[in-house]
Design a protein around this ligand. Structure first.
Ligand SMILES: [Zn+2]
Length: 377
């Protein structure tokens, strides 16, 4: 199957650091937590560490499986610019959908990134970040609903979708109905009072729901999907509250409005996401960073994600953040994992080579092209 050559659409990823990284900075970016490794250990003694040393080392002219010390030393020797050029250029990604709402310190610009990958880039707008930006620039509570709608309308003009990180702000067990305007204004008054004293983090459940529903109203006529972070992430999460099936009632409401939902990451709830995709017409998902973080086990996680879900509902993403390695590795591991799963299906005569080719195209790019307004991409 042609997994090695198909140009991918990475429908959820972030910017990479532009400057050189020392060992502690590299260690932090190769881990979803915020803490340095425990004394006497390394974040590279992990499945993702094995995968970087195996697959990224040759791109930096090293033997596969070089030591972590040699890898990081070679990285410094080449310099971040050359490392980013080689790894982003080698990923074979035809289009990047960037979430610019959370960025590394000295991020390479989207234009520079798409220049290095050789493809186009598109933006996905974070709803909670937009609400925080509206609060930060100063607004009366009465005007807050209209100001947020106006802000998102402007942002939507150059975007292809919205994203919610409500998973990080209390999780999915919230009232799925749109809040009344009076309740929003009341909650906004309390929040904006706090925001005035520098505490602008959006955590109020009414305002979180309102941001999502404001996004839904704008997504509908534009044909935007709404992405939801779910499952695996940093320790700001309470993991059990980010199971996509907790969002079933909201997904049903959005089905009736014709708005697609894309669950990002999902692990360890990728089977729950696959179930929702199997029974509801507006559910899409990916296993994003799990390809990288499970390294040698990427094929078994992808095989689980392919157990039940329609082939028309799963998308490719790297969820790469900070390190060009994560863009490259995501692509390599996706190609390898999908190839291995489908070749096993062909070998046991469960799937024809033609069907396997079609599945490669769907997951790699066609599903993304169908649900995001990417123009000619
Ligand atoms: Zn992400």
């Amino acid at each position: 199957v042609s997994t090695e050559t198909v140009p991918l659409i990475d429908h959820h990823c972030h910017e990479v650091a532009a400057g050189d990284l020392d060992r502690p900075a590299f260690e932090l970016l190769i881990n979803e937590g915020f803490d340095p490794p425990a004394a006497g250990t390394s974040h590279l003694d992990t499945p993702i560490g094995l995968a970087v040393r195996r697959w990224c080392a040759p791109v930096l002219d090293l033997e596969p499986h070089v030591s972590a010390e040699e890898y990081v030393a070679r990285r410094s020797e080449l310099g971040a610019q050359e490392v980013n050029r080689r790894l982003l250029g080698g990923a074979g990604v035809g289009a990047l959908l960037l979430d610019l709402g959370y960025r590394p310190g000295d991020a390479l610009s989207p234009a520079a990134m798409s220049g290095l990958t050789g493809g186009r880039w598109f933006e996905v707008v974070r709803l909670e970040k937009a609400a925080e930006a509206v609060a930060a620039r100063g607004v009366e509570a009465d005007d807050y609903p209209d100001e947020l709608a106006g802000y998102l309308e402007d942002a939507a003009a150059s975007a292809v979708g919205f994203k919610s990180i409500v998973a990080y702000r209390g999780g999915f067990a919230f009232d799925p109905s749109p809040p009344a305007r009076a309740d929003v204004v009341r909650a906004a008054a309390a929040w904006l009072h706090d925001a005035g004293s520098g505490r602008a983090r959006l955590e109020d459940p009414v305002l979180l729901r309102h941001a999502i529903w404001t996004g839904v109203e704008l997504a509908r006529p534009r044909g935007f999907p709404i992405q939801f972070h779910s499952g695996f992430g940093d320790p700001d999460l309470r993991l059990h509250l980010t199971d996509p099936s907790l969002l079933t009632d909201l997904v049903l409401s959005l089905r009736d409005l014709g708005v697609n939902v894309v669950f990002l990451h999902c692990y360890p709830y990728h089977r729950e996401a696959g179930y929702l995709a199997a029974v509801l017409p507006n559910v899409y998902f990916d296993i994003g960073p799990m390809l990288n973080y499970t390294g040698p086990s990427a094929s078994s996680v992808l095989a689980q994600a392919l157990e039940l879900a329609p082939f028309t509902r799963q998308l490719y993403s790297s969820d790469a953040f900070g390190l060009a390695e994560l863009h490259y590795l995501g692509a390599v591991l996706f190609r390898r994992a999908l190839g291995r799963v489908l070749e096993a299906w062909i070998a046991s005569d469960e799937c024809s080579p033609d069907d396997a080719e079609r599945i490669v195209g769907l997951l790699s790019r066609e599903n993304a092209r169908r649900i995001y307004p990417l123009g000619g991409e």
